[in-house]
Design a protein around this ligand. Structure first.
Ligand code: FES
Length: 145
C-alpha cells in the first residue's frame, strides 16, 4: 500500500528530469542545398521545457561546408562573455568570426584566435542530414586551444 502512495509522488518529483531528456530532439534547420562553403547564419526554433513551463526559443547557428564537404554548425555565442559573434565583419581580419564586444576572434572552424579574449573554441551543434535537410541538436563545447 505504501508503494501505491509513494510511486505517484516519486514520479511527480522526477518528471521534469525525464521530460528534459525527451526534449533533446534534433530539429530541421535548412535544406542541405542551401549550405555553401561560406558560413551563413540560420535561425531555428526549439521547444523548451523548464519544469512544467513550456516555451519556444529561437536559436541560431553558423553553418557551412568545409573543404571535405562536411557540414559544420557552430554556435554564435562567444566563449568569452556570451556576446553574439558575426562572420567576416572585422575589416582588419577577414574571413574570421568576430565578436564586437571585446574584439574576440575565431577562425572559420570556430577555433579561438590566441591573443584575443575567448579562451575556448565555439561550441559545435550535434548535426545529422536526413532527406536532404540539416537537423541540429544541442551545442556542445570543445577543448580549448
Ligand atoms: S564577449 Fe566576445 S570577446 Fe568578450
Amino acid at each position: 500500500m505504501a508503494a501505491g502512495v509513494l510511486m505517484p509522488m516519486v514520479r511527480f518529483a522526477i518528471d521534469p528530469v525525464l521530460a528534459k531528456e525527451a526534449n533533446q530532439d534534433m530539429v530541421a534547420v535548412t535544406e542541405v542545398a542551401k549550405i555553401g562553403d561560406e558560413p551563413k547564419r540560420f535561425n531555428f526554433k526549439i521547444k523548451q521545457k523548464d519544469g512544467w513551463y513550456e516555451s519556444e526559443v529561437t536559436l541560431s547557428a553558423w553553418v557551412y561546408k568545409n573543404g571535405k564537404g562536411e557540414i559544420n554548425a557552430l554556435s554564435p555565442v562567444c566563449k568569452h562573455l556570451g556576446c553574439t559573434i558575426d562572420w567576416n565583419t572585422d575589416p582588419g581580419h577577414p574571413n574570421q568570426f568576430y565578436c564586437p564586444c571585446h574584439g574576440g576572434r575565431y577562425t572559420k572552424d570556430g577555433t579561438n584566435v590566441k591573443g584575443t579574449p575567448p579562451l575556448a573554441p565555439l561550441d559545435v551543434y550535434e548535426s545529422k542530414v536526413k532527406d536532404g535537410k540539416l537537423y541540429l541538436g544541442k551545442a556542445k563545447p570543445r577543448k580549448g586551444a
